[in-house]
Every structure is written in C-alpha cells, then in structure tokens.
Design a protein around this ligand. Sequence first.
Ligand SMILES: [Zn+2]
Length: 149
Amino acid sequence: MEIDQTLLIKEPGIGLICVREKTWEIRRRDTKVCGWIGLTASASGTVSGVANLKDVHGPYSTADLSAHEDLHRVPSEWLQDYAGDGELYAWEMSGARAFDEPVPYEHPQGAVIWVRLEPPIELCAGCGEPRHGIHLCDFPTSVILGVDE
Ligand SMILES: [Zn+2]
C-alpha cells in the first residue's frame, strides 16, 4: 500500500487520533479525499502515522457537534472559536496508528491542510511499517539474529 498524501493536524488531536481515542477530525471544509492517508503533526516535517479517512459527516452546528465530544474530543468553546459563523464537518478516521519511526518529507511552503507525498510512502505488507531506508523484513531472520544457517 502506498500513502500519497498526508493531513496536517494539530496537537493534541493527532496524538488522540493515533491511539484511536478520537475518530472525528473537525474541519471547516468538506473533503472528497477518502482512503488511507498520512498523519502529520503541524510543523513536524514528518509523517507520524496513517489512518483510513472513511467518510465525512455534516455540516454541523457547534451545538450539534458538542453532543459528540466522545468522538472528536474537542471542548465546545474551542469548536465555537474555530467555527466562527460557519458550519463544521467531521472527517471520520478508522484504523489509525503511529509508525515506529516518523518518516521525514519535504514540506512545500504554504501547505496548511494536505501535502502530496512525492515519492509516496510505501507500507510493508508484512509489518505495516514504512519501507524507509533499511527495512528488517527485507532480510532473512538468520541475518537479523546473526546466526549461521
Ligand atoms: Zn516490514
């Protein structure tokens, strides 16, 4: 599987998403994107995990969304500040997880929501981790353990 774009997310939201304590990422806009995406903490310059962007719900008023705090984990005052006079959307994430090691990428100037990853990050079919640099699954177990066959 290849990950060809990453979503910029602020702390503490990204941390909560990675441990699956937050499945709704709240945004002011709808998105047509769906499928597996990278997760990037704002200003980190790295992709720290992946999630399956399954669906977009909304638009919601802040009052509507306050009833779902267990899903998005955003206090209602923050929702109100963020929404202003507008409406909000919930981007539903499933299967999120953090990589063992974040993968650096080139951050284009001005990118604030999505970054297209060139080259894409290839995830190993065996372990699910990025194939970045030297990858353990590419070596026979005997090499990794240092034993003679
Ligand atoms: Zn692997």
